[in-house]
Design a protein around this ligand. Structure first.
Ligand code: GLA
Length: 788
């Protein structure tokens, strides 16, 4: 709800659990009054206003008429520079006369009973008509520049989106030197900053640090939002943890260069800002022209990080994912990449598909290597015609055969890239992102296409339409495998080069808008060497993202844990891969690989035609079980319980809307000797209900027991590593002892579930759990009345 106190010139934005209050100061500036837990509405919030009662030495006062008011110490709604605010600005303009002072004051507001759309950029949507938008117009006191600040309120997910639109209403051209999406100022500095950082195969690592005076900045200058710094940050009070404490989360709905800053001023105010990176950004605005920034979303939780993440998850599921894909179950896929890499032919793929079908897989995704003469990563990007040696019947032929097997067909493309060794490059070298007279630096042997050139966008649209149509594909994996270098467009004028990174994104988004309209039934998966572009901008077009090229189960515990800070499970591509892990050479149990991947959009990415009998049976049961619980696994309310960043274990869970059913993932890195007692503390259940807790039926490979096999497992005499041991290990499914517990909801939630102790070097009985190195369990919790 948005309430305006006309007389007091105050705006109160209310969500279910938060309030955001602004006011117009006597000087006309729009000031931030309060952001936090929801407040009852009052006709006047002046008791909360900042007091400006005397001038501050060393700080310019705003004007003779307002001698006690200093912008430097005010909580403003949009930081500008030139009138005494020395903090980083959100908007910086060079005016026609070369002056660079901007002073914005209040002009008026408009209230809309809907979400106002944002042109040309991905943005929050509101298919169920839940949102309201407040548009506040500011104008410069001298120059003919107008800024509209948009605030859209999404009450059920405690989120508010913000963006600004700058219009040049004067006679001369102006230049935007910086245009971030929002400013939010707090009057104190009692915060820590939590962000997601990483690198290839090591995405979304948690980084929590104290703030101190000065600017802490995280950004991307790579052309993509990047795995190095996700366009997201949280300010948390120092004592906040997963379940307690105040957290302010911010994320950008954008996929290009971004910049986030948390700044503590000399007077102990904290400013947070997020938007397009101002590095290498200048945007000329001719008379009459306007510029809209991407939207940022902010959410407040006073119940710790879990609630903040649930707000983000709800926001993404209801207001970012296209309505066509909201709440739709993601298919179980097999992807041939780690099974074959570039080395495949039609019969190899069909064997893989047949086996996948037998195991219960629903979608076959043909990865890289099906086009041009692409037998390695050094050629053919841009040439989306059939690789006839590998696929004599073309991609259309294999697609048909896959469908005949009863599987859906999906295909990999990397449209924004070009190989030097390609027909496209030979024809259009000027379409590549390269600088005149400089040898371009290659990344993965390839160059980036100039997406700021509408001819390139048009070419790609035609090519992709052709591929998608003739293969009748129902799934597209859209890759983007290098960061930018040699940034220059041969299509743009000299003046436009400064905004190239953003123009690239506008071109890419234009292509995606067109494809989304043309192929609404295709499920797109975004990928950028894994999670190098995992952001809400891409999710707007593509309801899931390939979380990481690292499919090792242990590494994935951290990557998926970190990713869950912002992104819901149904958006995270998560695959079971082979042994050892192709990224880290670690061997983990097939059941753990599944138990981790099950909390995501599940897939298999290994050579299914070479499975042992043990693996085959385990996988068949995994897929059947996943399908049975898929709704909960993809859309349940998610809680992080134990952090792999701080512990030898990871735990997380999903719970149904009613709290009657839940699944807990429990993961161990290394087995510890003589370990103490463990309890499971689930969240989100109903204290007044009684629950049964049971482990998912899973299997152990007796190879794990080596020479202890005969002592620990009652079985005919086996010689460790003997031929017979191998045969039995590959065929025999040793069921893990089922754990079954019964507990009242209140005891379960408040007291925690005492788990059976782990194996302790003594004996193997049903009283112990044998988890072992890289072992795991999934606990299924059901309210007793619901027991089938
Ligand atoms: C990237 C992706 C992988 C795979 C390869 C194909 O690395 O992240 O999943 O698709 O490209 O070249």
């Amino acid at each position: 709800m948005i309430i305006v106190n006309e007389h007091a010139r105050e705006f109160h934005l209310q969500t279910q659990n938060s309030s955001y209050i602004m006011k117009v100061s006597p000087s006309g500036h729009l000031l931030q009054v309060y952001y936090g837990r929801r407040l009852r509405h009052q006709s006047d919030f002046s008791a909360l206003h900042q007091q400006f009662v005397s001038p501050i030495s060393g700080t310019p006062c705003y004007s003779k008429a307002h001698p006690n008011f200093a912008l430097e110490t005010a909580c403003v709604e949009l930081g500008t520079s030139g009138k005494g605010d020395f903090r980083e600005p959100a908007l910086h303009i060079e005016h026609g006369d070369g002056s660079r002072v901007t002073d914005l004051v209040y002009k008026g507001y408009e209230l809309h009973d809907h979400k106002v759309p944002l042109p040309d950029l991905p943005h929050a949507i509101d298919p169920n008509g839940e949102a309201q938008t407040l548009a506040i117009t500011l104008h410069d006191t001298v120059k003919a520049v107008q800024v509209v600040l948009y605030y859209s309120v999404f009450p059920y997910v405690d989120a508010i989106t913000r963006s600004q639109e700058v219009t040049n209403q004067g006679e001369e051209s102006i230049t935007l030197e910086r245009a971030l999406s929002f400013t939010l100022d707090f009057t104190h500095q009692n915060f820590e900053l939590l962000s997601l950082e990483g690198k290839w195969a090591n995405e979304t690592q948690l980084n929590r640090r104290s703030l101190s005076k000065g600017v802490t900045s995280i950004d991307s200058k790579r052309g993509v939002s990047s795995s190095n710094h996700n366009p997201f940050l949280t300010l948390v009070e120092p004592s906040a943890n997963e379940n307690n404490g105040r957290c302010y989360g911010f994320a950008l709905i954008y996929s290009g260069n971004h910049q986030a800053m948390a700044e503590v001023s000399p007077h102990g105010l904290t400013r947070v800002q997020l938007g397009i990176n101002s590095f290498d950004f200048r945007w000329p605005l001719a008379p009459g022209e306007g510029f809209s920034t991407p939207e940022a979303v902010m959410t407040f939780s006073d119940k710790g990080l879990n609630r903040m993440s649930q707000n983000f998850h709800g926001f993404i599921n209801r207001h970012i994912i296209s309505p066509r894909w909201q709440n739709r179950l993601k298919p179980v896929q097999v992807n041939n990449w780690e099974a074959t890499y570039f080395d495949f032919n039609e019969s190899k793929l069909l064997r893989l598909a047949k086996k996948a079908k037998k195991l219960g897989v629903e979608l076959f995704v043909l990865d890289d290597g099906w086009f041009g003469k692409r037998d390695s990563d050094s050629s053919s990007l841009g040439d989306y015609f059939d690789h006839k040696t590998k696929l004599p019947n073309g991609v259309t032929g294999i697609a048909e055969k896959i469908r005949d097997l009863g599987l859906e067909f999906g295909i990999w493309v990397e449209p924004e890239m070009i190989s030097e060794d390609s027909e496209l490059y030979r024809k259009h070298p000027e379409w590549a992102m390269t600088c005149p007279d400089r040898e371009p630096s290659l990344g993965r042997n390839q160059l980036v296409l100039d997406m700021a050139n509408p001819e390139v966008v048009g070419y790609l649209f035609a090519q992709l339409c052709d591929v998608f149509r003739r293969t009748k594909t129902s799934f597209v994996k859209w890759d983007h495998n290098r960061n930018f270098s040699d940034v220059y467009s041969r299509h743009l004028s000299k003046d436009q080069q400064h905004g190239y990174y953003h123009r690239y994104m506008l071109g890419t988004y234009d292509l995606l808008f067109r494809l989304q309209a043309e192929f609404p039934d295709i499920l797109f998966e975004s990928c950028s060497s894994g999670g190098n572009r995992f952001d809400m901008g891409m999710l707007f077009f593509m309801p899931q993202t390939w979380t990481s090229d690292n499919t090792d189960a242990v590494e994935r515990m951290s990557i998926q844990y970190g990713t869950s800070l912002v992104f819901p499970l149904n958006t995270m591509g998560a695959h079971v891969s082979g042994r050892p892990s192709h990224q880290v050479l670690r061997i983990t149990p097939i059941e753990t690989r599944f138990n981790v991947a099950a909390f995501g959009a599940l897939g298999y990415q290994l050579d299914l035609t070479r499975l042992t009998h043990f693996e085959e049976r385990a996988i068949k049961e995994q897929i059947a079980w996943y399908k049975q619980h898929r709704q909960l696994l993809q859309y349940g309310r998610f809680y992080r319980l134990e952090s792999p960043f701080e512990s030898n274990h990871a735990q997380w869970m999903v719970v149904s809307e009613t709290g009657e059913e839940a699944l807990v993932g429990y993961y161990q890195k290394l087995q510890e000797s003589n370990r103490g007692y463990e309890r499971l503390y689930p969240q989100g259940l109903n204290v007044e209900q009684d629950y049964t807790i049971e482990t998912r039926k899973q299997y152990m490979n007796i190879r794990q027991f080596g020479e202890l096999v005969n002592g620990e497992i009652p079985m005919i005499n086996l010689k460790d590593r003997g031929v017979f041991h191998g045969i039995v290990a590959n065929r025999y499914l040793q069921e893990v002892d089922a754990e079954i517990y019964q507990l009242n909801g209140d005891a379960l939630c408040y007291g925690g579930l005492p788990l059976k102790p782990q194996f302790n070097a003594t004996e193997w009985t049903e009283h112990f759990r044998f988890i072992g190195d890289f072992g795991s369990r999934i606990y299924h919790i059901r309210a007793k009345d619901n027991d089938a």
